[in-house]
Design a protein around this ligand. Structure first.
Ligand SMILES: *Cc1c(COP(=O)(O)O)cnc(C)c1O
Length: 415
């Protein structure tokens, strides 16, 4: 073997190509706790400034809630900093079991298993419960972690067009020869903010003898009357075979995820899911914080109610000023701009006005579907929303897009 510096370096061209394509990602460092008001330095070296955050998954405003912080402190004092072990050797405390029990009750399932993250839950679950005789039929817009998890499983992979129930039904018919069929969907789709038609999906699953898998990461804690998730919203609480979700969004925002569902399925994950078997689980202080988060949600729906009010107010304000907003029932409110450069320019101008909301464009969303995705939080007060709306009015006015529809924006800016 000849030593070649190119083996270790030589990535310059590829990195330059990423930059040339306008796809280079730069982290923006926040110098404060996560909240509605954050202090940011952007670009690096620029002075620190306070901005209003409209792009966090901090839906319930619990990321820096005093009760959650206090509970995490107490957990740290009572149970230490970390486990230094995977679950089945000596990495399980009583509080891990308590949290799993509480999540089971919250999600309306039979059992729950914690994972280091929801990405890991999705990476482990399909391989653990499916074999080559089975088929996975996934909505085409499911989250990247589901796509990766499906790649690891030995089952047949298939997809259906986004939320197209006719197409899903044809696929279910086509796969009647398989041992097991699993319909796979996100509860709330993160880019468009739309909800899966879980009532119809559950009905199809019954008709064609299939299981239903839902990743409710963008729903747990705030979608549905008591915040249990998309299944509550759609009237099929208690009827989902497998739910995965994250503790890293509405449920406190720290980290961790779970597989929850039918007892046998969860038991299969406990026996076979590799991220569970080979990686440490959630640290004690996060478990303690998450227990408090669930207490808060169980005893009081005021945060999810406030989030709902905030979302309605924000959505109405954007629509009334003449912006093209995607419809939906979630606190994900995408302002459609179609053109990638327009999305980037507007995001920068909004930042100059003290509003932090990032632009999304290909490959995160389809070509010609660029947008600024705004996300609401129960941490937003009405003054925050009014300030945000005022900034959108000013910046959209500057770019001349108020009152323009999709075709007019596309004509004027191109794609
Ligand atoms: C954020 C997200 C994940 C990843 O969650 P982590 O716990 O941060 O790994 C998985 N699935 C969906 C649908 C998500 O939105």
């Amino acid at each position: 073997m000849v030593y070649s510096p190119e083996t270790r370096t030589g990535y310059g061209q590829e990195l330059a190509a990423i930059k040339d394509a306008g796809l280079f990602k730069v982290e923006r460092s926040i110098h404060s706790p996560q909240s509605a008001e954050i202090r940011v330095r952007f670009p690096a070296g620029a002075p620190e400034r306070e901005v209003l955050n409209f792009c966090a998954n901090n839906y319930l405003g619990l990321s820096s809630h005093p009760d959650v912080i206090a509970a995490a402190h107490a957990g740290l004092d009572d149970r230490g900093y970390g486990m230094s072990s995977v679950r089945f050797i000596c990495g399980t405390q009583d509080i891990h079991h308590q949290l799993e029990k509480k999540l089971t009750e919250f999600l309306g399932t039979e059992d729950t298993l914690l994972f280091p993250s929801c990405m890991d839950a999705n990476a482990g679950v399909f391989e653990a419960v499916l074999g080559p005789e089975d088929v996975m039929i996934a909505d085409r817009l499911v989250h990247a972690s589901i796509v990766d998890g499906m790649r690891l499983a030995p089952a047949v992979r298939d997809t259906f067009k986004h939320s197209d129930m006719g197409h899903l039904e044809r696929k279910l018919e086509e796969h009647q020869d398989k041992r097991r069929r699993v319909i796979i969907t996100d509860g709330v789709f993160s880019m468009d903010g739309d909800l899966a038609r879980l009532d119809e999906i559950v009905a199809l699953a019954k008709k064609y003898d299939a299981m239903v898998f839902v990743d409710d990461s963008h729903a747990s804690g705030f979608i549905g009357k008591t915040g249990r998730g998309t299944h509550e919203h759609c009237g099929v609480f208690g009827e989902i075979d497998i739910i995965t979700t994250t503790l890293g969004k509405g449920l406190g925002g720290a980290s961790g995820g779970c597989v929850s569902g039918r007892a046998e399925i969860v038991e299969m994950c406990r026996q076979k899911a590799r991220p569970y078997l080979f990686s440490n689980t959630v640290a004690p202080m996060i478990v303690a914080g998450a227990l408090k988060v669930l207490d808060l949600i169980f005893t009081d729906t005021s945060r999810r109610d406030k989030l709902e009010w905030n979302t309605g107010y924000w959505r109405k304000g954007l629509v009334e000023m003449g912006l093209d907003v995607k419809e939906g029932d979630s606190p994900i409110v995408p302002v459609m701009l179609y053109n990638a450069k327009l999305a980037q320019d507007m995001s920068r101008d909004l930042y100059d006005e003290g509003i932090y909301a990032v632009g999304f464009f290909f490959p995160v969303v389809p070509k010609g579907a660029a947008r600024i995705r705004t996300q609401l939080s129960a941490a937003h007060e009405k003054e925050h929303l009014d300030k945000g709306l005022e900034a959108f009015r000013k910046v959209a006015g500057k770019h001349g897009i108020l009152g323009l529809g999709k075709n007019e924006i596309k004509d004027r800016f191109g794609l």
